[in-house]
Ligand binder design. Structure first.
Ligand code: AMP
Length: 398
């Protein structure tokens, strides 16, 4: 696969696909601009090469209609502030206004096209739409890791029409941390898997068991495993149809010599509510009408100990319902434990990323992914469609 620094982009029109799907509050203010900041190395490199930078992205799910609250206007404004230069926003992502703006571009100019998902053709991966987008650049750069697990016109379809295709620096970093590290980790390699359901993490668990030395399972999905081991888990989140799968995973881990750690105690309540009465109990003593909503202090101590000799730690999914204070201690303690470890630490995006930032430990983590869904697919051992498309382009160009 080619990266932007391996392609001649001097003075050229560089069409960059980023994932600027950032969270906005009710007043349409950006509440977290990390995805925009993560694009700066690629944009600055292109500007240093005197390129004309044309940015495409999606924001939210407007479902093929023009919805003003999903306009990229706040993103263009924030990017302009971060770059210290004007970023004009086209009225649409295709059509006359876009062509006029691009024709008037000087080298080192940046423009942003309006939300790709204002057109249903984007998510439908329409070849016609993809070819229109491809015409806007001499070189196409995909740096939208957060969208790389989707097959859309702007990241997969477009590669059939773009003259030259390559990936940006963010894509390189993400693929390096999740791909290369998974294939050749420094050992002991520990995976921490949490979150709500086994079904959402099943493929990742199966793939990771083949690669890790130790695996920590927390969060809601631990209860399906605990039930598979014969414990009564009250009304905790359990996927009964996956109990036999969980039992199989336990067996595979044992056969492979992978050390698997499950909670030994938990915080329970009758409901996952902020004012609920809570108790800390060993997992053998979960009341029939109560549910496990966080790992307990003994488990925190155990999991901490598991991490002490780790050289690589990969973490996806919180240890409890951390959005509610009463059930957040387990996740936040694990963030500190991971941050204080001497290992290479890699955190999947999404909820785990939110938890890390809430504790203020993000600078102590080696790498935090900008794409929850995409990084999970890499943990599952899948090839991302957008990455596959870039590989095919590189092969064709040879
Ligand atoms: P996921 O998207 O699968 O990583 O799940 C993240 C969600 O899992 C968070 O919103 C947590 O509140 C939730 N979660 C974590 N632990 C539990 C638990 N013990 N019971 C129910 N939900 C949980």
């Amino acid at each position: 696969m080619k990266y932007i620094n391996e392609i001649d982009i001097k003075g050229k029109r560089v069409l960059c696909r980023f994932d600027f799907n950032v969270p906005l509050d009710d007043n349409l203010h950006i509440t977290d601009d990390r995805r925009i900041k993560a694009a700066l190395p690629t944009i600055n490199y292109a500007l240093d090469e005197d390129a004309k930078v044309i940015i495409i992205s999606h924001l939210g799910r407007p479902k093929g209609a023009r919805v003003e609250s999903f306009s990229l206007a706040p993103v263009a404004k924030r990017l302009s502030r971060l770059l210290g230069k004007e970023v004009a926003l086209a009225k649409d992502c295709v059509g006359d206004d876009v062509e006029r703006l691009i024709q008037g571009m000087e080298p080192r100019c940046v423009i942003m096209l309006e939300n790709l998902r204002f057109h249903k053709e984007e998510t439908e991966n329409s070849p016609d739409f993809a070819s229109k987008l491809a015409c806007y650049g001499d070189v196409y750069v995909d740096d939208a890791f957060g969208n790389a697990h989707r097959s859309h016109a702007s990241n997969v379809g477009i590669t059939k029409f773009a003259k030259v295709c390559c990936a940006g620096f963010l894509m390189k970093k993400e693929l390096n941390y999740f791909g290369t590290t998974l294939e050749d980790p420094l050992r002991p390699f520990v995976a921490i898997v949490g979150g709500s359901k086994v079904s959402g993490k099943l493929e990742a668990l199966a793939n990771l068991i083949k690669k890790v030395d130790k695996m920590i399972i927390g969060g809601g999905l631990a209860f399906t495993f605990l039930k598979a081991m014969g414990y009564e888990v009250g009304t905790s989140l359990v996927e009964d149809n996956l109990i036999s799968t969980a039992r199989r995973s336990l067996k595979i881990a044992k056969e492979r010599g992978v050390k698997l750690y499950l909670p030994v105690d938990c915080v329970i309540a009758e409901k996952a509510e902020p004012k609920a009465v809570t108790k800390i109990v060993p997992i053998q003593e979960i009341d029939p009408n109560w549910m496990g909503l966080d790992i307990g202090p003994a488990t925190i101590a155990l999991f901490r100990e598991v991490l002490t000799d780790a050289k690589t730690i990969m973490w996806n999914g919180p240890m409890g319902v951390f959005e509610i204070d009463a059930f957040s201690m387990g996740t936040f303690s694990m963030v500190h434990a991971v941050a204080q470890s001497h290992a290479l630490t890699i955190v999947g995006g999404g909820d785990t990323d939110v938890a890390v930032h809430r504790t203020g430990e993000s600078d102590s983590i080696t790498y935090i992914s900008t794409g929850g869904g995409a990084s999970l697919e890499l943990l599952e051992g899948k090839t991302l469609p957008a990455v596959d498309a870039l590989y095919k382009c590189a092969k064709k160009a040879k």
